[in-house]
Design a binder for this molecule. Structure first.
Ligand code: ATP
Ligand code: MG
Ligand code: MG
Length: 387
């Protein structure tokens, strides 16, 4: 049987990650059926009548999707894993629903990592959501610490930095009615990320990158990371591969980590995503194969030459976020049109809201300096529009 015979892919979620997955699928004539709302960005670039309009948490919609696909994957982890478990006899789910269930709860994820001897920051479960209980956790972890929602967290929505005892009440008000845990503050020098591909034959990794967050939202990605030795980059890739190998299921995973400022240059895992990740957008331009190509190939058991995952040329990726005014993201995009080697990706999401990811720009260059110099005016513009 040809590899191309049984390859209809179902995706829960039709945002920008699903859209870029479809860009990769389109080049291989692979049909993708998206479950999301009517005008989801991913659906708009893949015309056929079989997309499903509905919520990726909805039982009937997921069951309908399962009927028409060979494999189901996700572009977001906040899906209904109980329904996925129910259909897993009939259709392959990659990565497995167990993995998605564990990862979508950041506390369960931490417990899983700890059991597999993966280094993480110390953390404490919050059971009663009272100021008294949180004060005891503050004593234990020290200040500042990060209060986090266990579930439905993304782009920092779900995190509250507790700087002192005075923040205990406000932090509980902010994260009211959510299941919580506390994390010790990680005094990191920089944040690194690695995209890992789990295949039927084992794990492969993309290059280590540096991520810069602003207000807990990813702003910039540097490939390779600035001022990080190649031995640390290699160590980060090894740790990321070990981390992903602790989970069941094929596909790309995003692994976020902290590089500490200590003598040992300790690496700690912050969190993982069971899907392609913002930190890997740059691979479209900088590697022989993008994380989206790799995800498709992994879930369909297509070959993935490890060499294709190496960095071909340095790159910097800048997210285009919605800003204070309705058109601030468009001003950045327009400026990018004149930047040599800037690849512009817009997600066709409609109206911007502050902090909403509307697109991204990747500038690749022959050297790190060249890529950084070319994108600097755009970063300056982003900072000016923010100020
Ligand atoms: P994502 O969009 O990546 O899924 P998220 O909402 O799950 O984000 P986290 O990754 O937990 O949020 O945190 C967002 C950012 O906040 C991190 O990238 C880091 O900059 C900072 N942060 C998170 N946890 C800690 C910690 N324990 N100590 C210090 N900084 C932290
Ligand atoms: Mg997260
Ligand atoms: Mg994160």
């Amino acid at each position: 049987m040809s590899l191309f015979e049984k390859n209809v892919v179902g995706v829960l979620g039709g945002g920008q990650l699903g859209r870029m997955l479809i860009e990769a699928a389109n080049r291989l004539n692979i049909k993708v059926i998206v479950l999301d709302s009517e005008n989801a960005p991913a659906k708009k670039i893949h015309a056929h009548g079989d997309h499903i309009a509905g919520k990726f948490t909805n039982k009937e919609s997921i069951e309908e999707l399962a009927k028409s696909c060979d494999v189901i994957t996700v572009e977001i982890e906040h899906v209904n894993t109980y329904v996925l478990e129910g259909v897993s006899e009939k259709v392959m789910i990659e990565p497995s629903w167990r993995t998605i269930r564990t990862i979508q709860d950041k506390f369960l994820q931490k417990e899983h990592l700890r059991k597999h001897s993966i280094p993480v920051v110390p953390y404490r479960e919050v059971r009663e959501n009272t100021v008294e209980e949180l004060a005891a956790i503050g004593e234990d972890l020290g200040y500042p610490f990060m209060l986090k929602s266990k579930t439905n967290a993304y782009d920092g929505r779900g995190n509250y930095p507790v700087r002192s005892k005075d923040d205990l009440g406000p932090s509980l008000d902010f994260l009211t009615d959510r299941p919580l845990y506390g994390e010790k503050w990680a005094p990191f020098k920089i944040e690194l990320a690695v995209n890992v591909v789990q295949t039927k034959n084992g794990v492969l990794s993309f290059p280590t990158v540096e991520t810069i967050h602003e207000d807990s939202i990813c702003k910039l990605v540097y490939a390779p990371p600035r001022g990080v030795s190649s031995s640390i980059q290699k160590r980060a890739q090894e740790l990321a591969r070990k981390t992903v190998a602790a989970f069941e299921g094929k596909g790309v995973y995003g692994v976020e980590m902290f590089l500490l400022d200590d003598a040992a240059q300790t690496l700690l895992i912050n969190e993982i995503a069971p899907r392609p990740h913002n930190s890997g957008h740059h691979t479209i331009e900088s590697c022989g194969m993008s994380q989206y190509d790799a995800h498709l190939r992994a879930i369909l058991d297509f070959p993935i030459p490890a060499k294709s995952l190496e960095l071909r040329q340095p790159a910097v990726m800048l997210n285009i976020l919605g800003g204070e005014t309705r058109d601030s993201h468009l001003r950045i995009t327009e400026a990018a049109l004149s930047v040599p080697n800037a690849s512009i990706h817009l997600y066709d999401k409609g109206d911007a809201r502050p902090g909403r990811k509307m697109g991204h720009i990747t500038v690749a260059g022959p050297t790190e300096n060249a890529a950084q110099a070319a994108i600097t005016p755009l970063i300056d513009l982003v900072d000016k529009l923010r100020a």
